[in-house]
Design a protein around this ligand. Structure first.
Ligand SMILES: Nc1ncnc2c1ncn2[C@@H]1O[C@H](COP(=O)(O)OP(=O)(O)OP(=O)(O)O)[C@@H](O)[C@H]1O
Length: 422
């Protein structure tokens, strides 16, 4: 088990991680989610003893990483897949790591097979694609057959088949009773892979719960209501009636209304009592992706000036920043999620539940191609530059920081800067 207590990391004026406490248990995949710059890599580096906490502590199996006897046999990590000697053949890279930790050479060939790199084992890794680099990094993490595994963005650069394989690998490792801690930006991917989620924003804990609970606590049911386009006054009339009845009404881009806080039959009755005809009254549920974005919205450091999430958010006064989310209460100013109790919404059953893909043996990297039942891609995934990611078992060498520091002042208001300025 990994346990963090009051973990804090400051770099000068910048607090990268603030008073973070959580546990990562064995036998489950725990997803570690947060926007860019929220402190995921910093937390992982502290877990692996590569950075010292400014306050608090973190242990693995009750010991700080640096005090673990034969740590590479107990903990494996993929932090930055580019942290390899590019001139070395893949097999030789793994062999040198194995020799440093007293791991027999036959294990190198085993892990090459597990990640599907056996045919390119003699090729220099500098010619590897991003996906091959990730696989090599995962091989390095598995080398010591450790009980505890940390993966920082393991699916970065992988094609759908690779993503599917990583998903099944994580699940299989957890099913063997190992502790698997995986960071990602992709809520949709984590919903399929993880059993438990830890969500942070600006270094602070926003959520620590099972995926199932996260879905029921954060996926907001809402109704779409449309009045005749030809009579805009009916829309106004209905908006007033629904608001007076305690509903929360926001305009959709196509002229419909998005209503939360009122059941469908009640909306229908209110429309009838107000003498408003309806062209549409339909149940909907916000996706998990939306729920995650709602939760982390106030904790996003880098945002495009053309914000695709605008439709989810209530208008803010000019120049105002969204407030930080309050743990357990969601994001102020966003569509309010329903209260977490079950059955309070008469419409729309939860969708996007985890476990969409069947678990498979992790020694089969050539998994079937398209991911069945995979949710739509995160619209932000395409905006993010592929991140340098690298693999390296923690004992191999003191790792350089996995991510370069961001500029001291967040470029949120600067349209000349990319969304992820690092
Ligand atoms: N060595 C460092 N010196 C100064 N600031 C740093 C350093 N490392 C990280 N930071 C800052 O700490 C914050 C958290 O960074 P971190 O890399 O941990 O976030 P992250 O959640 O992993 O981000 P991403 O998802 O983009 O990889 C950022 O604002 C970053 O700029």
């Amino acid at each position: 088990m990994i346990e963090a207590v009051g973990l804090t990391k400051r770099y000068g004026d910048k607090t990268a991680v603030h008073n973070l406490s959580f546990q990562v248990r064995p036998g489950a995949v725990t997803g570690f989610l947060g926007p860019n710059g929220s402190g995921k890599s910093t937390t992982m580096r502290m877990i692996l003893g590569l950075d010292n906490p400014s306050a608090g502590y973190v242990t693995i199996g009750g010991h700080p990483y640096r005090k673990l006897p034969n740590a590479p046999r107990q903990v494996g990590a993929l932090l930055d897949a580019k942290a390899v000697h590019g001139g070395r053949a893949a097999r030789n890279h793994l062999l040198s790591l194995a020799q440093l930790s007293g791991i027999p050479a036959r294990r190198v060939d085993e892990v090459l097979g597990v990640v599907g790199l056996q045919d390119v084992a003699k090729r220099r890794s500098k010619g590897f694609s991003l996906g091959m680099g990730q696989r090599l990094g995962i091989a390095a993490a598995l080398l010591g057959d450790p009980q505890v595994l940390l993966f920082d963005e393991p699916v970065n650069g992988l094609d759908p088949e690779g993503i599917h394989w990583v998903r099944n690998l994580m699940k299989a490792l957890a099913a063997e009773g190992r502790t698997v801690f995986v960071s990602s930006h992709l809520m949709s991917e984590m919903a399929l892979t993880a059993d438990h989620l830890i969500v942070i924003g600006r270094g602070q804990l926003l959520s620590d719960m099972s995926v199932t609970d996260f879905i029921s606590a954060n996926s907001a049911d809402f109704a779409r209501v449309r009045t005749p386009d030809t009579e805009p006054q009916l829309r106004e009339k209905l908006t007033s009636a629904l608001t007076e009845a305690g509903g929360h009404v926001l305009p959709e881009q196509d002229g419909a209304l998005r209503v939360t806080g009122l059941a469908l039959p009640r909306i229908s009755d209110l429309a009838h009592a107000s003498d408003v005809r309806l062209w549409e009254l339909s149940p909907h549920q916000a996706s998990l992706e939306e729920a995650y974005m709602r939760m982390t919205q106030g904790a996003v450091d880098y945002r495009s000036t053309a914000d695709q999430k605008a439709g989810l958010q209530q208008p803010l006064p000019p120049g105002a920043q969204p407030p930080m989310p309050v743990p357990g209460q969601g994001q102020p100013g966003w569509y309010a999620p329903p209260p977490p109790q079950q059955g309070s919404q008469p419409f729309a059953a939860p969708q996007g539940a985890p476990g969409g893909a069947p678990a498979g043996p992790y020694g089969a990297p050539s998994a079937p191609g398209p991911v069945p039942g995979a949710p739509p891609a995160n619209p932000y995934a395409a905006q993010q530059a592929p991140q340098a990611a690298q693999a390296q078992p923690p004992a191999a060498a003191p790792a350089p920081p996995a991510a370069a520091p961001a500029p001291a002042s967040a470029p949120a208001a600067d349209p000349t800067k990319p969304e992820d300025a690092r």
